[in-house]
Design a protein around this ligand. Structure first.
Ligand SMILES: [Zn+2]
Ligand SMILES: [Zn+2]
Length: 328
């Protein structure tokens, strides 16, 4: 029987009590309320050399016997191909010089993310990245529709592929081309993770709630980590470039409200995977307690906890997170 319950009674699972709504500047990590005893790094830039490989391993670990086993295995294969392409590009000394160096400095100066759509439009290596990914994929076990999407992308013009990439970058995925966007997204993640990894973390500044400070992407999930100087800091994981950026706990990532935030779990889902809901804007985001289960991965565990999405949607909440490899 499905049992949907609100977390918070068990001492170890308890989220601290929600803080009263305050202005952006007033909400600071409070050691007594949110388990942070000092300043934490604002961002942790992605490590593309291990990001995709670890994700593929997590997906394969989650797949056996899962309701979505076939899909988890497909995304595992995509993540494996991403790791292959990333390793090849790293070995070849892929040039990550920003084609828009001047524009990047200007954007940072004006409080905007340094990586804009222009780094995709002006990056001639995007097509090689996408082709490398399509070549590295073994889709022999995938549905015909997925193989057709790969073949369609191979045959598509550069303009068409670039147009899709820009739409994905801006979070406007065309419904009729979801299968193709799966591969375009995967290629974008490879390109952007490497670019983000080369940024100066100390120069990055908050842009807005729920907006990646590197590329402007939406978060896939919220992750409570254990690697900060102070335990249990919360970071948001970018759906595009893989950057993690700090976000105060008990505050909605979509609207900034701090009063109507609650946490829910589901018996059928790993106990360290929850949703953070907000009654002010009726959105929710997956919330991963990675400090207790280090293997949790934002992309992989978001897919594996789809039962939680179905249940929370019944309660009237809409998804605030974006998983480019699982567009639902
Ligand atoms: Zn990003
Ligand atoms: Zn909200």
């Amino acid at each position: 029987m499905v049992r949907f319950f609100k977390r918070g009674s068990a001492k170890d699972d308890a989220e601290p009590a929600p803080v009263a709504k305050k202005s952006f500047d007033e909400i600071k990590p409070d050691p007594d309320k949110i388990g942070i005893s000092g300043s934490v790094p604002f961002v942790r830039l992605p490590e593309p050399g291990s990001l995709f490989k670890a994700r593929a391993e997590r997906l394969l670990a989650l797949a056996p016997g899962h309701t979505l086993e076939a899909y988890l295995r497909l995304v595992a294969e995509i993540a494996r191909a991403q790791a292959v392409v990333e390793a090849e590009r790293a070995a070849a000394g892929w040039d990550v010089t920003d084609p828009d160096e001047a524009g990047r400095a200007l954007r940072v100066e004006h409080g905007m993310p340094p990586l804009s759509r222009h780094v995709i439009e002006a990056d001639p290596s995007f097509h090689a990245c996408l082709d490398g990914l399509l070549d590295a994929l073994d889709l022999s076990a995938a549905p015909e529709q997925v193989r057709a999407a790969r073949d369609g992308l191979r045959a598509a013009s550069k303009e068409d592929r670039l147009d899709l990439a820009v739409q994905v970058f801006e979070g406007a995925i065309p419904v009729e081309r979801v299968a193709e966007c799966l591969f375009v997204s995967a290629a974008l993640q490879v390109c952007l993770a490497r670019r983000a990894a080369r940024l100066d973390a100390k120069a990055l500044k908050p842009v807005a709630d729920g907006v990646c400070p590197c590329c402007g992407g939406a978060p896939t999930a919220s992750v409570v980590v254990s690697w900060t100087p102070a335990d249990k800091a919360r970071y948001l994981s970018c759906s595009l470039c893989g950057t993690l950026w700090n976000h105060v706990r008990i505050r909605c990532t979509a609207c900034g409200d701090g009063e109507g935030v609650s946490y829910y779990g589901l018996d059928e889902v790993a106990k360290d995977v929850q949703v953070e809901t907000c009654t002010a804007c009726h959105s929710y985001l997956k919330h991963l307690h990675q400090h207790r289960t280090p293997d949790l991965d934002p992309v992989a565990d978001d897919i594996a906890s789809y039962g939680l999405d179905l249940k929370i949607a019944e309660e009237g909440f809409r998804r605030a997170g974006l998983n480019l490899l699982f567009v639902v």
